[in-house]
Design a binder for this molecule. Structure first.
Ligand SMILES: O=C(O)[C@H]1O[C@H](OP(=O)(O)OP(=O)(O)OC[C@H]2O[C@@H](n3ccc(=O)[nH]c3=O)[C@H](O)[C@@H]2O)[C@H](O)[C@@H](O)[C@@H]1O
Length: 434
């Protein structure tokens, strides 16, 4: 593993450098003032030290970014070669895609689908422990078997992102790294700001400066509709009443990406995913945790809305979402900027990617019971005021018109595939399931 894989990185890079030079100047300054009494000698020494510090820092930067001087170690070269091989395009007019959050649920599926059709893919993921990191490692291993490299790194790490852009000319970025989960935002609000706001801005800064600029497709969320009660949800509906901090950060992402499109000419497509589920899914989501609890004979909590109305979601199967992501990448159009400057207008698009047929949570449980051949111990609880919304329902005509998006998997079929994967992945033969 090369050094920069393990490097600590400052979340505010400028601050790191300032503190460092500040320390050097003051420490040495005090010592020399004792030795030299003459002001002019002192001045010469101070200037000399400043020059020395500046050249030291620029030398450090050069070594770290590897942009020149050939200071790359053997390990760095090997790493670069792996990145290049992973990014190699294997079909005419193919693309080279940086997939952020590639060890995540949607990221791993999209990365694999791109690779399978001959596109070049490099992944990046921070492997955080929001849910079991061993599942992320297993997805990474699965991708590796298909020739896809997933670099360990955070999207707040501009240095690492720049390095990747130095090694590969990415035509597209599929940005799926995020802090997901609606209810967890009350427990750990700052993780949402860190990934969904700060990380997004860092990534956009790198993309806007890249030459050529990539086109960007990224994951927004159905949660931006918040308390909207127009049904089904259309892209032109209100999205200014978020019900959770998660939703607010996704909505902010839509506004932030708009400014980068407007100022720098980045081609941007935001996808509002509707409760995506399927094999290799996220253990924090209801369908996944319900399955685990049912198999272990543990109770599940089923939330109910006002007046005991069942909650409903427009559950969307992963393969349909993958088709939507690929369709978005293929139709994204080019960014127009270069050298950090806009050269003309670039596309800015937002699409719902849902299934168009909401299912209630009790019905979801019923389908799981059928596939698992076990009864759930259901505890009905009034929906706590923790960011949930009563229902979601997508109008998908915009995505349909633009790139032929057409979901084909109903919840019954999709959950059957999920359950089959779950039982096989966790080696479930009637014994303890992790
Ligand atoms: O569509 C989206 O934008 C969002 O979809 C999901 O969020 P959510 O729909 O809340 O998905 P789950 O956490 O799986 O919940 C599904 C339903 O089950 C209910 N639920 C959840 C957990 C539980 O223990 N009991 C329960 O009844 C929820 O209230 C909700 O109605 C994802 O977790 C978000 O990351 C994503 O952005």
């Amino acid at each position: 593993m090369p050094n920069f894989e393990e490097d600590d990185f400052p979340s505010t890079p400028g601050k790191f450098k300032i503190e460092r030079s500040h320390h050097l100047h003051h420490g040495f300054g005090r010592q020399f003032s004792r030795v030299f009494s003459s002001t002019s000698t002192m001045l010469i020494w101070v200037l000399f030290l400043i020059a020395l510090t500046v050249s030291f820092l620029s030398f450090q930067t050069t070594v770290h970014t590897g942009r020149s001087y050939g200071y790359l170690s053997w390990a760095d070269r090997k790493w670069e070669r792996e990145v290049r091989v992973s990014a190699q395009i294997q079909r005419p007019h193919g693309m080279s895609v940086l997939v952020t959050g590639a060890a995540g649920f949607v990221g791993s599926h999209v990365a694999l689908a791109l690779k399978k059709r001959g596109d070049g893919v490099v992944g990046i993921d921070n492997f955080n422990d929001y849910y079991d990191p061993s599942l992320k490692q297993a997805r990474k291993a699965m991708l590796k078997r298909h020739g896809i490299m997933v670099v360990e790194g955070d999207i707040n790490d501009a240095k690492k992102l720049n390095k990747l852009f130095d090694v590969v000319v990415f035509t597209h970025v599929m940005h799926l790294a995020a802090q997901a989960g609606v209810r967890y935002a009350m427990e750990n609000p700052h993780s949402y700001v860190h990934s969904n706001i700060a990380g997004l801005v860092t990534l956009l800064e790198v993309c806007k400066s890249a030459n050529p600029q990539p086109s960007i497709v990224w994951a927004s969320s159905s949660s931006v509709y918040g308390l909207n009660d127009q049904v089904p949800f259309s892209e032109s509906d209100r999205t200014d009443q978020p019900a959770s901090l998660y939703a607010a950060t996704k909505k902010a992402g839509e506004e932030i990406t708009h400014t980068y499109n407007h100022i720098y000419g980045l081609s941007i497509t935001g996808l509002r995913f509707f409760t995506v589920y399927g094999p290799w899914g996220r253990p924090d989501m209801a369908y996944f945790s319900f399955t685990r609890n049912i198999l272990q004979g543990k109770p599940i909590t089923v939330y109910r809305g006002k007046d005991r109305v069942d909650l409903a979601r427009d559950f969307t199967y992963i393969d349909d979402i993958v088709k939507g992501c690929l369709g978005s990448l293929d139709s994204s159009g080019k960014s127009t900027g270069s050298g950090g400057r806009k050269r003309g207008p670039a596309p800015y698009r937002i699409f719902n990617l849902g299934n168009t047929s909401p299912v209630t949570v009790p019905n979801l449980v019923g389908i799981l019971e059928k596939h698992l051949k076990m009864k759930a111990k259901k505890h009905f609880v009034d929906m706590p005021g923790n960011g949930d919304v009563p229902f979601t329902h997508a109008n998908i005509s915009a995505a349909q018109n633009e790139f032929g998006y057409k979901p084909t998997t109903d919840l019954e079929t999709g959950l059957k595939k999920f359950v089959r994967w779950y039982l096989s992945y966790y080696g479930y033969h009637g014994k303890y399931v992790n």
